[in-house]
Design a protein around this ligand. Structure first.
Ligand SMILES: [Zn+2]
Length: 486
């Protein structure tokens, strides 16, 4: 038997102006054929889990294409057309196939298609026909559409956030494919799109309300005839019709039990929707807390969340900490302009510099900095971390120390803070700081929890700000809680 592996992954923030080009996929991941297996076999990514299960069951793996770019603005039509054309051309060459395992993120938006994942999955279905099963994984931040469901046989979402169980989700999806091919099961997919969104800070799987939702889905999975139950939290920063929470349940043959299971979770979520709004705390009071609790304190920059598509160049928290008299902070900022400048400076030399978003702002803050290190910013992560990647590339980087004793890592490629090796590989000791700023909401916790006992989510401004009622939506579905409280 032969099963194809195919993935086009992007989490698109439609409030970001800069589009995601093909070059952004090339800078992150654009892999074909056996390179997919080489890069992912031993990773904590879902592809690793899929490869393991197919190999164990002696099923021939047919790797087609895997493309992923760092979350950002909408994918350009040019990039998407290229990726889809490559995927479909290559899959046609591999027919006949027995099955296709797919990896969409679920929250991709293309300039030409609001429902990017639904579009490519429907094109895949049209290409391979109705007889070949398509089973896939989803990021729980997926904004799932009817077209995605209609085009596939089954989806399994990761459960944890930070996403440290991606390999397990890949194994679950691949095991379902194996059981289907061996005639042991016949998956039937049930889907419900809920009239609510879940605020980003309420999406941490080790705390309620999400923790309880996972318990509920685990109970559902014990019901006779249920193969899988997935809670899709949704990705609020995409102004598309599909944006919001949803549920997917897979039953075995049965057409009633799936609906019963969906209703159980749906009823709970709708009657308890107030739990999903969260509280936005005032920043100044949280900053003052830093001096009173055990260090280093992890400050999560929610408004400049790179994993949610934000640029990663805000110095808002750095300024706030400095103004509050707090020294010795670590922060990483995407700033290719500063990196290029610093490449011509000698290590140990002192220069005046403006970094981060100050490039575009009227009020700039000059900082006197000493260059500590410069060079290529590559590192590997081998522990289970959000995103499941092994290889990281920040492009050229420069590490500087400010007069406030803050250590600033400047990168020329955008990087989400998913690994402590990002610091330790460059001789930066994370335990030596008072505060560490990480540009994320929940995802960085998997990496930083081992050094930071105290974690504070900061309701900072930006394209991933926690209070989405402040964002200007035009295409979202109505009614949608908390925008409408019906
Ligand atoms: Zn996610």
């Amino acid at each position: 038997m032969r099963v194809a592996l195919l993935g086009i992954v992007h989490e698109s923030n439609t409030f970001v102006n800069e589009p995601t080009t093909l070059n952004k996929f090339k800078e992150s991941r654009l892999l074909f054929d056996n390179d997919i297996i080489l890069q992912y076999k031993n990773s904590f990514h879902e592809l690793g889990g899929m490869i393991e299960v197919l190999e164990t069951n002696e099923i021939e793996i047919v790797p087609i294409l895997y493309a992923e770019a760092t979350p950002g603005g909408k994918v350009t039509k040019e990039a998407f057309d290229f990726l889809l054309n490559e995927a479909l051309t290559r899959i046609k060459q591999q027919l006949p196939l027995d099955g296709c395992l797919v990896v969409p993120h679920g929250a991709g938006v293309c300039e030409a298609y609001d429902d990017m994942d639904g579009y490519w999955l429907s094109q895949l279905r049209a290409t391979i026909g109705d007889e070949i099963p398509i089973i896939g994984t989803l990021d729980p931040h997926a904004n799932v559409s009817q077209l995605m469901i209609h085009s596939t046989d089954a989806f399994v979402a990761y459960k944890t956030n930070p996403h440290i169980d991606q390999r397990d989700a890949g194994k679950e999806a691949a095991s379902m494919m194996v059981d289907l091919l061996f005639g042991k099961i016949k998956p039937v997919q049930f889907f419900s799109s809920l009239p609510l969104i879940i605020s980003i800070e309420q999406q941490f799987s080790e705390k309620n309300p999400y923790k309880y939702l996972l318990q509920l889905s685990a109970e559902i999975c014990k019901m006779d005839g249920i193969l899988s139950a997935s809670i899709l939290l949704g990705f609020p920063y995409a102004d598309v019709h599909e944006m919001g929470a949803s549920l997917i349940v897979i039953s075995n043959r049965d057409r009633e039990i799936g609906n019963v299971a969906i209703k159980k979770i749906e009823n709970y979520m709708i009657s308890n929707k107030g739990l999903f709004v969260g509280t936005k705390h005032e920043i100044a009071s949280l900053i003052n807390k830093v001096n009173t609790i055990e260090k280093p304190v992890l400050l999560l920059d929610m408004g400049d969340n790179v994993g949610g598509g934000a640029p990663g160049n805000s110095i808002y928290l750095l300024d706030q900490l400095e103004d509050a008299g707090i020294k010795n902070t670590f922060i990483c900022i995407y700033d290719p302009v500063c990196v290029a400048t610093l490449m011509d400076v000698e290590i140990g030399a002192s220069v005046e510099i403006n970094f981060g978003e100050s490039h575009e702002k009227v009020e700039t803050r000059e900082r006197q900095v000493t260059l500590v290190w410069k060079g290529h910013g590559k590192f590997d992560e081998h522990k289970p971390r959000h995103g499941g990647q092994i290889h990281f590339d920040m492009g050229n980087i420069a590490i500087v120390k400010t007069n406030n004793q803050d250590v600033v890592m400047l990168t020329s490629l955008r990087i989400a803070p998913y690994s402590l090796v990002q610091l330790t590989a460059f001789n930066i000791d994370p335990t030596s700081f008072n505060a560490i700023v990480a540009k994320g909401v929940n995802a960085p916790i998997a990496a930083y929890a081992e050094v930071c006992k105290n974690v504070i989510q900061m309701n900072t401004p930006g394209v991933t700000q926690a209070d989405v009622t402040q964002l200007n939506y035009k295409k979202r579905r109505v009614p949608l809680f908390p925008f409408e409280n019906e």
